[in-house]
Ligand binder design. Structure first.
Ligand SMILES: [Zn+2]
Ligand SMILES: [Zn+2]
Length: 382
Protein backbone atom coordinates (compact mmCIF):
# COMPACT_ATOMS: atom_id res chain seq x y z
CA UNK A 1 0.00 0.00 0.00
CA UNK A 2 2.90 2.30 0.67
CA UNK A 3 4.39 2.06 -2.79
CA UNK A 4 1.87 4.25 -4.58
CA UNK A 5 3.17 7.54 -5.95
CA UNK A 6 1.39 10.85 -5.39
CA UNK A 7 -0.96 11.59 -8.31
CA UNK A 8 0.27 15.18 -8.61
CA UNK A 9 3.89 13.99 -8.73
CA UNK A 10 2.96 11.47 -11.41
CA UNK A 11 1.66 14.28 -13.62
CA UNK A 12 4.45 16.64 -12.53
CA UNK A 13 2.05 19.41 -11.56
CA UNK A 14 1.56 21.39 -8.36
CA UNK A 15 -1.33 20.60 -6.02
CA UNK A 16 -2.97 23.87 -7.06
CA UNK A 17 -2.86 23.11 -10.80
CA UNK A 18 -5.92 24.24 -12.77
CA UNK A 19 -7.99 21.85 -14.87
CA UNK A 20 -6.25 23.23 -17.93
CA UNK A 21 -2.79 22.71 -16.51
CA UNK A 22 -3.72 19.16 -15.54
CA UNK A 23 -4.95 18.42 -19.03
CA UNK A 24 -1.81 19.83 -20.57
CA UNK A 25 0.44 17.92 -18.17
CA UNK A 26 -1.53 14.73 -18.78
CA UNK A 27 -1.20 15.05 -22.55
CA UNK A 28 2.50 15.72 -22.32
CA UNK A 29 3.17 12.78 -20.00
CA UNK A 30 0.86 10.40 -21.84
CA UNK A 31 2.58 11.21 -25.13
CA UNK A 32 5.96 10.64 -23.61
CA UNK A 33 5.17 7.25 -22.10
CA UNK A 34 2.71 5.99 -24.66
CA UNK A 35 3.36 2.28 -25.38
CA UNK A 36 3.50 2.99 -29.12
CA UNK A 37 6.43 5.27 -28.54
CA UNK A 38 8.17 2.95 -26.11
CA UNK A 39 7.65 -0.54 -27.50
CA UNK A 40 8.69 -3.28 -25.07
CA UNK A 41 9.63 -0.78 -22.34
CA UNK A 42 7.92 -2.01 -19.19
CA UNK A 43 8.93 1.03 -17.13
CA UNK A 44 7.20 3.29 -19.64
CA UNK A 45 4.17 1.01 -19.74
CA UNK A 46 3.87 1.13 -15.98
CA UNK A 47 4.33 4.90 -16.00
CA UNK A 48 1.64 5.23 -18.68
CA UNK A 49 -0.81 3.36 -16.47
CA UNK A 50 0.08 5.55 -13.49
CA UNK A 51 -0.47 8.68 -15.57
CA UNK A 52 -3.89 7.52 -16.70
CA UNK A 53 -4.89 6.51 -13.22
CA UNK A 54 -3.74 9.85 -11.80
CA UNK A 55 -5.53 11.88 -14.47
CA UNK A 56 -8.67 9.78 -14.13
CA UNK A 57 -8.94 10.92 -10.55
CA UNK A 58 -7.67 14.49 -10.79
CA UNK A 59 -9.77 15.49 -13.82
CA UNK A 60 -12.93 14.80 -11.81
CA UNK A 61 -13.60 17.56 -9.28
CA UNK A 62 -15.23 15.28 -6.74
CA UNK A 63 -12.59 12.60 -6.98
CA UNK A 64 -9.86 15.21 -6.79
CA UNK A 65 -11.37 16.74 -3.66
CA UNK A 66 -11.58 13.29 -2.09
CA UNK A 67 -8.01 12.56 -3.08
CA UNK A 68 -6.79 15.87 -1.64
CA UNK A 69 -8.47 14.99 1.66
CA UNK A 70 -7.85 11.29 1.99
CA UNK A 71 -5.02 10.52 -0.42
CA UNK A 72 -4.95 7.11 -2.04
CA UNK A 73 -7.07 5.76 0.81
CA UNK A 74 -10.02 7.46 -0.88
CA UNK A 75 -9.87 4.85 -3.59
CA UNK A 76 -9.07 1.80 -1.55
CA UNK A 77 -11.66 -0.27 0.32
CA UNK A 78 -12.98 2.68 2.35
CA UNK A 79 -13.72 4.59 -0.82
CA UNK A 80 -16.04 2.00 -2.25
CA UNK A 81 -18.86 2.36 0.18
CA UNK A 82 -17.84 4.12 3.32
CA UNK A 83 -17.30 7.59 2.02
CA UNK A 84 -20.00 10.12 2.83
CA UNK A 85 -20.88 13.37 1.11
CA UNK A 86 -22.05 11.93 -2.19
CA UNK A 87 -18.73 10.44 -3.12
CA UNK A 88 -18.97 6.79 -4.05
CA UNK A 89 -15.53 5.57 -5.00
CA UNK A 90 -14.91 5.12 -8.69
CA UNK A 91 -17.45 6.17 -11.23
CA UNK A 92 -17.73 4.94 -14.78
CA UNK A 93 -14.84 3.01 -16.16
CA UNK A 94 -12.36 3.73 -13.39
CA UNK A 95 -12.93 0.50 -11.52
CA UNK A 96 -12.52 -1.66 -14.61
CA UNK A 97 -9.26 0.07 -15.41
CA UNK A 98 -7.94 -0.71 -11.98
CA UNK A 99 -9.01 -4.35 -12.19
CA UNK A 100 -7.25 -4.57 -15.50
CA UNK A 101 -4.14 -3.05 -14.03
CA UNK A 102 -3.96 -5.47 -11.12
CA UNK A 103 -4.72 -8.32 -13.48
CA UNK A 104 -1.74 -7.37 -15.58
CA UNK A 105 0.55 -7.08 -12.63
CA UNK A 106 -0.33 -10.46 -11.21
CA UNK A 107 -0.72 -12.27 -14.48
CA UNK A 108 2.60 -11.04 -15.75
CA UNK A 109 4.46 -12.23 -12.71
CA UNK A 110 2.90 -15.68 -12.62
CA UNK A 111 3.29 -16.35 -16.31
CA UNK A 112 6.67 -15.05 -17.26
CA UNK A 113 8.93 -15.56 -14.28
CA UNK A 114 9.02 -11.92 -13.23
CA UNK A 115 9.81 -8.72 -15.04
CA UNK A 116 13.23 -7.54 -16.09
CA UNK A 117 15.18 -6.51 -13.02
CA UNK A 118 17.07 -3.21 -13.25
CA UNK A 119 18.86 -0.75 -11.02
CA UNK A 120 17.02 2.44 -10.13
CA UNK A 121 16.48 5.17 -12.70
CA UNK A 122 17.95 8.58 -11.95
CA UNK A 123 16.39 11.93 -12.81
CA UNK A 124 18.45 15.09 -13.26
CA UNK A 125 17.49 18.57 -14.38
CA UNK A 126 19.72 20.58 -16.71
CA UNK A 127 19.14 24.27 -17.38
CA UNK A 128 20.27 25.76 -20.67
CA UNK A 129 19.86 29.09 -22.43
CA UNK A 130 17.82 29.67 -25.57
CA UNK A 131 21.04 30.06 -27.57
CA UNK A 132 22.32 26.76 -26.22
CA UNK A 133 19.04 25.13 -27.19
CA UNK A 134 19.55 26.55 -30.66
CA UNK A 135 23.08 25.29 -31.16
CA UNK A 136 23.02 22.19 -28.99
CA UNK A 137 25.39 21.97 -26.02
CA UNK A 138 27.31 19.59 -23.78
CA UNK A 139 26.44 20.10 -20.12
CA UNK A 140 28.40 18.59 -17.26
CA UNK A 141 26.30 17.08 -14.47
CA UNK A 142 27.24 15.40 -11.22
CA UNK A 143 25.02 12.61 -10.06
CA UNK A 144 25.01 10.69 -6.81
CA UNK A 145 24.50 7.13 -7.93
CA UNK A 146 25.31 3.50 -7.28
CA UNK A 147 28.07 1.90 -9.31
CA UNK A 148 29.29 -1.67 -9.50
CA UNK A 149 31.39 -2.49 -6.41
CA UNK A 150 35.09 -2.61 -7.24
CA UNK A 151 35.99 -5.17 -4.56
CA UNK A 152 33.60 -7.87 -5.69
CA UNK A 153 32.94 -6.75 -9.29
CA UNK A 154 29.25 -6.70 -8.56
CA UNK A 155 28.83 -10.23 -7.28
CA UNK A 156 28.28 -9.00 -3.71
CA UNK A 157 30.31 -11.92 -2.43
CA UNK A 158 33.64 -11.97 -0.63
CA UNK A 159 34.40 -15.35 -2.19
CA UNK A 160 36.10 -15.57 -5.55
CA UNK A 161 33.64 -18.35 -6.32
CA UNK A 162 30.40 -16.87 -5.00
CA UNK A 163 27.68 -19.18 -3.81
CA UNK A 164 24.05 -18.38 -3.16
CA UNK A 165 21.69 -19.13 -0.35
CA UNK A 166 17.89 -19.04 -0.54
CA UNK A 167 16.49 -15.66 0.47
CA UNK A 168 15.15 -15.89 4.04
CA UNK A 169 12.42 -13.28 3.43
CA UNK A 170 10.63 -14.78 0.44
CA UNK A 171 12.00 -18.33 0.70
CA UNK A 172 13.21 -18.16 -2.88
CA UNK A 173 9.97 -16.97 -4.47
CA UNK A 174 11.40 -13.54 -5.33
CA UNK A 175 8.13 -11.87 -4.40
CA UNK A 176 6.15 -11.12 -1.29
CA UNK A 177 2.38 -10.76 -1.03
CA UNK A 178 0.57 -7.94 0.67
CA UNK A 179 -3.08 -7.10 1.18
CA UNK A 180 -4.02 -3.92 -0.67
CA UNK A 181 -7.66 -3.05 -0.18
CA UNK A 182 -9.58 -6.00 -1.61
CA UNK A 183 -6.62 -7.30 -3.47
CA UNK A 184 -3.73 -9.52 -2.69
CA UNK A 185 -0.83 -7.86 -4.48
CA UNK A 186 2.58 -9.33 -5.21
CA UNK A 187 5.63 -7.16 -4.95
CA UNK A 188 9.31 -7.92 -5.59
CA UNK A 189 10.96 -9.11 -2.39
CA UNK A 190 12.79 -6.19 -0.70
CA UNK A 191 15.59 -8.41 0.63
CA UNK A 192 16.69 -10.15 -2.57
CA UNK A 193 15.09 -7.64 -4.98
CA UNK A 194 13.27 -10.39 -6.80
CA UNK A 195 16.09 -12.86 -7.41
CA UNK A 196 15.04 -15.28 -4.64
CA UNK A 197 18.66 -15.66 -3.61
CA UNK A 198 21.11 -13.96 -1.27
CA UNK A 199 24.90 -14.14 -1.21
CA UNK A 200 26.33 -16.61 1.29
CA UNK A 201 29.48 -14.67 2.27
CA UNK A 202 28.81 -10.97 1.64
CA UNK A 203 31.50 -8.57 0.35
CA UNK A 204 32.79 -6.18 3.04
CA UNK A 205 32.78 -3.04 0.87
CA UNK A 206 29.21 -3.25 -0.41
CA UNK A 207 27.64 -5.47 2.31
CA UNK A 208 26.54 -7.90 -0.37
CA UNK A 209 24.70 -5.37 -2.52
CA UNK A 210 27.21 -5.58 -5.38
CA UNK A 211 27.06 -1.80 -5.73
CA UNK A 212 28.47 1.18 -3.84
CA UNK A 213 27.42 4.80 -3.75
CA UNK A 214 29.52 7.23 -5.73
CA UNK A 215 29.40 10.63 -7.40
CA UNK A 216 29.70 10.39 -11.15
CA UNK A 217 30.48 13.26 -13.52
CA UNK A 218 28.90 13.06 -16.93
CA UNK A 219 28.78 15.30 -19.98
CA UNK A 220 25.24 15.32 -21.29
CA UNK A 221 24.97 16.02 -25.00
CA UNK A 222 21.87 18.12 -25.57
CA UNK A 223 20.82 18.17 -29.21
CA UNK A 224 20.18 21.36 -31.18
CA UNK A 225 16.52 22.30 -31.33
CA UNK A 226 15.62 20.87 -27.93
CA UNK A 227 12.45 22.30 -26.39
CA UNK A 228 11.74 23.28 -22.82
CA UNK A 229 10.53 20.25 -20.84
CA UNK A 230 12.17 17.67 -23.10
CA UNK A 231 13.30 14.52 -21.36
CA UNK A 232 16.35 12.72 -22.64
CA UNK A 233 16.77 9.09 -21.69
CA UNK A 234 20.24 7.62 -21.41
CA UNK A 235 19.76 3.88 -21.30
CA UNK A 236 21.93 2.10 -18.76
CA UNK A 237 23.33 5.31 -17.21
CA UNK A 238 21.20 4.98 -14.08
CA UNK A 239 22.11 3.14 -10.90
CA UNK A 240 23.90 -0.18 -11.14
CA UNK A 241 21.82 -3.03 -9.78
CA UNK A 242 24.49 -5.57 -8.81
CA UNK A 243 25.41 -8.87 -10.33
CA UNK A 244 23.22 -10.04 -13.18
CA UNK A 245 21.02 -6.96 -12.99
CA UNK A 246 20.76 -4.36 -15.74
CA UNK A 247 21.62 -0.83 -14.70
CA UNK A 248 18.74 1.66 -14.59
CA UNK A 249 18.35 4.60 -16.94
CA UNK A 250 19.29 8.23 -16.52
CA UNK A 251 16.57 10.74 -17.38
CA UNK A 252 17.70 14.27 -18.12
CA UNK A 253 14.98 16.91 -17.91
CA UNK A 254 15.93 19.94 -19.98
CA UNK A 255 14.74 23.39 -18.89
CA UNK A 256 15.27 26.03 -21.59
CA UNK A 257 15.53 29.64 -20.41
CA UNK A 258 13.72 32.59 -21.96
CA UNK A 259 15.05 35.65 -23.75
CA UNK A 260 14.41 39.41 -23.69
CA UNK A 261 14.60 39.58 -27.46
CA UNK A 262 13.30 36.33 -28.86
CA UNK A 263 10.12 34.37 -28.30
CA UNK A 264 10.08 30.79 -29.38
CA UNK A 265 7.19 28.79 -30.75
CA UNK A 266 8.34 25.31 -31.61
CA UNK A 267 10.94 25.70 -34.34
CA UNK A 268 9.97 29.30 -35.14
CA UNK A 269 11.37 32.38 -33.48
CA UNK A 270 9.60 35.70 -33.12
CA UNK A 271 11.29 39.02 -32.56
CA UNK A 272 9.19 42.12 -31.87
CA UNK A 273 10.87 45.21 -33.31
CA UNK A 274 9.49 48.64 -32.36
CA UNK A 275 9.79 51.16 -35.22
CA UNK A 276 9.40 54.92 -35.19
CA UNK A 277 6.21 55.91 -36.95
CA UNK A 278 8.19 57.84 -39.54
CA UNK A 279 10.32 54.75 -40.31
CA UNK A 280 7.15 52.75 -40.88
CA UNK A 281 5.65 55.50 -43.05
CA UNK A 282 8.74 56.26 -45.11
CA UNK A 283 10.27 52.78 -45.24
CA UNK A 284 13.72 51.88 -43.98
CA UNK A 285 16.22 49.11 -43.54
CA UNK A 286 16.80 47.69 -40.06
CA UNK A 287 19.37 45.36 -38.61
CA UNK A 288 18.04 42.57 -36.41
CA UNK A 289 19.79 39.99 -34.20
CA UNK A 290 19.61 36.33 -35.18
CA UNK A 291 19.58 33.52 -32.58
CA UNK A 292 22.83 32.09 -34.00
CA UNK A 293 24.59 35.30 -32.92
CA UNK A 294 24.75 36.90 -36.36
CA UNK A 295 22.90 39.94 -37.70
CA UNK A 296 20.43 40.18 -40.56
CA UNK A 297 19.15 43.14 -42.56
CA UNK A 298 15.43 43.53 -43.08
CA UNK A 299 13.88 45.93 -45.59
CA UNK A 300 10.83 47.67 -44.21
CA UNK A 301 8.76 49.03 -47.09
CA UNK A 302 7.06 52.44 -46.93
CA UNK A 303 3.58 52.20 -45.41
CA UNK A 304 4.32 49.24 -43.11
CA UNK A 305 1.61 48.74 -40.49
CA UNK A 306 2.00 47.84 -36.85
CA UNK A 307 1.75 44.06 -36.41
CA UNK A 308 3.05 43.19 -39.86
CA UNK A 309 5.44 40.22 -39.99
CA UNK A 310 8.55 39.80 -42.07
CA UNK A 311 9.87 36.30 -42.45
CA UNK A 312 13.54 35.34 -42.44
CA UNK A 313 13.44 31.87 -43.88
CA UNK A 314 15.47 29.17 -42.13
CA UNK A 315 16.62 31.45 -39.30
CA UNK A 316 14.68 29.51 -36.67
CA UNK A 317 15.50 26.41 -34.64
CA UNK A 318 16.35 23.12 -36.22
CA UNK A 319 13.65 20.50 -35.85
CA UNK A 320 14.73 17.51 -33.74
CA UNK A 321 15.50 14.34 -35.68
CA UNK A 322 15.02 16.12 -39.00
CA UNK A 323 16.91 18.39 -41.34
CA UNK A 324 14.03 20.87 -41.33
CA UNK A 325 14.49 24.32 -39.91
CA UNK A 326 12.06 26.89 -38.56
CA UNK A 327 11.83 30.53 -39.60
CA UNK A 328 12.32 33.79 -37.82
CA UNK A 329 9.57 36.39 -37.87
CA UNK A 330 10.16 40.08 -37.36
CA UNK A 331 6.99 41.54 -35.87
CA UNK A 332 6.79 45.26 -36.44
CA UNK A 333 5.33 47.43 -33.69
CA UNK A 334 4.93 51.07 -34.70
CA UNK A 335 5.64 53.40 -31.81
CA UNK A 336 3.95 56.80 -31.71
CA UNK A 337 6.44 59.36 -30.32
CA UNK A 338 5.86 60.16 -26.65
CA UNK A 339 7.41 63.66 -26.45
CA UNK A 340 7.75 66.01 -29.39
CA UNK A 341 10.26 68.80 -29.76
CA UNK A 342 8.70 72.13 -30.78
CA UNK A 343 10.08 71.65 -34.27
CA UNK A 344 8.71 68.12 -34.59
CA UNK A 345 5.34 69.36 -33.42
CA UNK A 346 5.39 72.07 -36.05
CA UNK A 347 6.28 69.57 -38.77
CA UNK A 348 3.59 67.14 -37.74
CA UNK A 349 0.95 69.85 -37.54
CA UNK A 350 1.90 70.80 -41.05
CA UNK A 351 1.73 67.14 -42.01
CA UNK A 352 -1.72 66.74 -40.49
CA UNK A 353 -3.00 69.86 -42.27
CA UNK A 354 -1.70 68.47 -45.53
CA UNK A 355 -3.41 65.12 -44.86
CA UNK A 356 -6.75 66.84 -44.29
CA UNK A 357 -6.57 69.10 -47.32
CA UNK A 358 -5.07 67.63 -50.39
CA UNK A 359 -4.53 63.92 -50.06
CA UNK A 360 -6.70 61.14 -51.41
CA UNK A 361 -7.93 59.99 -48.00
CA UNK A 362 -9.03 56.54 -49.07
CA UNK A 363 -5.60 55.79 -50.43
CA UNK A 364 -3.58 57.34 -47.62
CA UNK A 365 -5.54 55.96 -44.65
CA UNK A 366 -7.95 53.31 -45.91
CA UNK A 367 -8.74 51.89 -42.48
CA UNK A 368 -9.27 55.28 -40.89
CA UNK A 369 -11.46 56.48 -43.75
CA UNK A 370 -13.43 53.24 -43.85
CA UNK A 371 -14.07 53.23 -40.13
CA UNK A 372 -15.36 56.80 -39.97
CA UNK A 373 -17.56 56.17 -43.01
CA UNK A 374 -19.19 53.35 -41.02
CA UNK A 375 -19.54 55.61 -37.98
CA UNK A 376 -21.35 58.20 -40.14
CA UNK A 377 -23.67 55.48 -41.44
CA UNK A 378 -24.32 54.34 -37.89
CA UNK A 379 -25.47 57.78 -36.75
CA UNK A 380 -27.55 58.25 -39.83
CA UNK A 381 -29.31 54.97 -39.07
CA UNK A 382 -28.33 53.17 -42.25
ZN1 LIG B 1 31.23 -5.67 -3.14
ZN1 LIG C 1 13.69 -12.62 -1.27
Amino acid sequence: MATKIDFYAVLEVSRTASADELKKAYRKQAMRFHPDRNPGDETAEHKFKEINEAYDVLKDEQKRAAYDRFGHAAFENGGMGGMGGGFGGFGGGGLDDIFEMFGDMMGGRRGGGGRRRTGNDIQVQVEISLSEAYAGVKKPVEIRTRVTCESCHGTGSADSNPSDATCPTCHGAGAVRAQQGFFLVERPCPTCKGSGKVVRNPCQSCKGAGTTEQTRSLDIAIPAGVEDGTRIRLTGEGEAGGSGVQPGDLYVHVAVGGSDIFQRDGANIYCRVPLRMTQAALGTEIEVPVIDGSRAKVKIPAGTQSGENFRLRGKGFSVLRSSARGDMYIQVAVETPHHLSPRQRELLEEFEAEAGETQDQEKANPEHTGFFAKVRDFFEGK
